[in-house]
Design a protein around this ligand. Sequence first.
Ligand code: ADP
Ligand code: ASP
Ligand code: MG
Length: 404
Amino acid sequence: MKIVVLKFGGTSVGSIERIKKISKIILNYVKKKYKVIVVSSAMSGVTNDLLQKTKKISKNFSTSEYDVLVSSGEQISCALIAGSLNELGYKARSWLGWQIPILTNGEYSQSRIFKIKTKEIMKYLKTGGIPIITGFQGINLENRVTTLGRGGSDASAIMCAKFFKAEKCIIFTDVDGVYTTDPKILKKAKKIKVISYEEMLEMASLGSKVMQPASIQDARLNRMDIDVKSSFIKKGGTLITKRKNILSSKVIRGISFTKSDAKITLIGVKDKPGVAASIFEPLSKNSINVDMVVQNISANGKETDLTFTIKSEDLNKTQNLIKKNKKIKFRNLIIDKNVSKLSIIGVGMITTPGVTYRMFQALANKKINILVISTSEIKISVLVNKKNLKQAVAVLHTEFKLER
Ligand code: ADP
Ligand code: ASP
Ligand code: MG
C-alpha cells in the first residue's frame, strides 16, 4: 500500500472555501493511487480564541481541562473536511485522537506521541476510505485528552507517517516552503530547497514557526523526510532531510528571530557560590524557561550583575518570583520588554572561521547594538532592540549572501 500523509495548517483550512480547495488537493493524491491519510489543524484563529477563554476564567486554569478545550478546534475542521469529501462523492470520516488512539506521554499542553494504533485506520484505508485525523491531540495513559504544544499538528503528521509507514509526509501551509528567513519580514527571503533536520530544528527553535520544533525532533529520530508546500499555490516546496542528502555548501542556511522576549538584569547581586542557582531555582520550579544568560565578572569581588532573557508572557510571574526570593540580595532590577533574539543558523559554520566576526561587524556597520550573545555549534544568537530587528535581519541576509 502506497500511503501518503497530508497535513493542513490553520490558514489552509481557515474557511469553507479553503476546505473545498484542499479537498481537491486531497483528491489529486487519491487519483495518483495513493492511500491518503489527512491530518488537520484547527481553522486559523480558533485555537487562540479558545486559549483566551481560559485566561478569562482563571490564571491557573486546570492544565488537563485546557487540553480538552484547546484541542476542540481540530474536531470541527476534520468533520468539515470529511463532509466536503463526502459531498464530492468520496468515502471519508473523521478520527479524533482518542478514537484511534494516539498515545502520548509527558505534561499536559506539551505531550509527545509515543504510539499510534493503526489497525482500524488501516482497515478503513483498504476499503478505499480517506481518514481525516485531528492533529495536535492525543490521550495519555490515564485516558485523558492531551495536546502537543502550539503548532503540534506538525508532530501529529510526522508520527502518523512513521506509524502508518507512509511513503511521504507533506506539510501544507500558507507559504511555499521554508525560507531563509520569515518572508513576511523580508521580501528578499529565498526559498530553501533542501534543509537538514539539524538546521531546521535550530531555525524552528529560534523562532521560525513554519515547523514546530518538537515535530522536527520526531522526524529526525525516525529519519522521516518531510515536504513543506503551499496549499494556496502549486509550486515546489522544501525538503527536510538528513544532512547526508544535502550537497550545497552554504555557511549560513537561514536567519530566525523571536518577537516576544524580555530581558531582566539584576544589578549588584552579592557574588558568592550558588547565587545563580538561587536566582533560577524558583523560575525552574514554575516552568519558566530561561534562555540567554550572562553574568559579568565582578569588579570588586563582592558584587556582580546578572542578565537573562525569558518569554515576555512570563515577565510578570518572573518579576514577582525574584522580588519574593529571600535567598538573593541585589541593588536594582532592570526590565527591557523591547528585545528580540536574532540568530544565524548553518552547519557550515562548524568548518568556516570568521562567521561570528562577520555577523558582529555587519551589525556594527549599521550601528545596531548587541545586548547579549550566545552561541552553539551551528548557530549564533544576539539580542537586539526590537526596533532594529527588521534592519538587522536584512543586513545579515545580505552579509551571508542568502538571496543568492
Ligand atoms: P500552519 O498554520 O500552516 O501550521 P504556521 O503559521 O504555523 O502555519 O507557519 C507558517 C508561517 O510561518 C508563515 O506564514 C510564515 O510567516 C512563518 N515563518 C516564519 N519563519 C519562516 C521561514 N523561515 N520560512 C517560511 N515561513 C516562515
Ligand atoms: N491548532 C493548534 C495550534 O494553533 C495546532 C497547530 O496549528 O498545529 O497551535
Ligand atoms: Mg504551524
